[in-house]
Ligand binder design. Structure first.
Ligand SMILES: C[S@@+](CC[C@H](N)C(=O)[O-])C[C@H]1O[C@@H](n2cnc3c(N)ncnc32)[C@H](O)[C@@H]1O
Length: 198
């Protein structure tokens, strides 16, 4: 069985995400990725940002694919995945930045809440939380395709769904993280960057 999974979406969004990460992570060293998925993003970003140490993580069922991408790339700055369920135990380690893509609409809302709390504990003041994915603004979908995607998610599982940017921002503020920037991404996605303020 081929354990190395492939995501078409990762191939499409990795360049525009990298263009922002190049600047945002220029002075950072240790990055934690939550929900590394196939492992494609980790390998691509670590290859193009060699000053970073990129720690992959996910639920156990994705570890084989992440490890396969990591081993094939042979990059010393991609670290093998550890198990991180945001609603469970978090590592003791501190990180300069946390990156996560397409996870907020997959996790149940209490898990999103737990993720923000865990990220805040893992970051020092000035550390960054960088989230990629679709978000609603002012209670509205930003495109008909996002609305269809949300209907698809809800049909899969009622705990999923595109989150409101304002709710995410409130959660961040509660966890002492301030919005630094909000970048438009292709296909009606956004890249949100929060900074740990205290
Ligand atoms: C749609 S996939 C995105 C994967 C990858 N980041 C990408 O952009 O292709 C959602 C990811 O969130 C992870 N995930 C879901 N619930 C989680 C939880 N409670 N804790 C940590 N990761 C979780 C899944 O295992 C999966 O890797």
């Amino acid at each position: 069985m081929n354990v190395k999974q492939f995501s078409e979406a990762c191939e499409r969004n990795r360049e525009p995400i990298l263009a922002v990460l190049e600047t945002a992570l220029a002075d950072k060293k240790k990055v934690l990725e939550i929900g590394s998925g196939t492992g494609q993003h980790a390998v691509y970003f670590a290859r193009h940002l060699p000053h970073l140490s990129w720690q992959t993580s996910d639920l156990q069922n994705n570890h084989a694919s992440i490890a396969a991408w990591q081993e094939e790339a042979g990059l010393s700055n991609v670290l093998p995945p550890f198990e991180l369920n945001v609603g469970g135990e978090w590592p003791e380690q501190a990180f300069d930045a946390v990156f996560t893509a397409n996870t907020c609409h997959i996790m149940a809302w209490p898990e999103v809440v737990a993720m923000f709390a865990g990220v805040s504990r893992a970051l020092a003041v000035g550390g960054l939380f960088i989230l990629y994915g679709p978000f609603n603004y002012g209670g509205q979908f930003t495109s008909p395709s996002n609305q269809r995607f949300n209907e698809y998610l809800l049909a899969q599982a009622p705990h999923m769904g595109i989150r409101d940017f304002e709710e995410i921002q409130r959660l961040a503020e509660k966890e002492h993280m301030t919005l630094l920037s909000d970048h438009e991404m292709p296909a009606n996605n956004r890249l949100l960057i929060f900074s740990k303020s205290s």
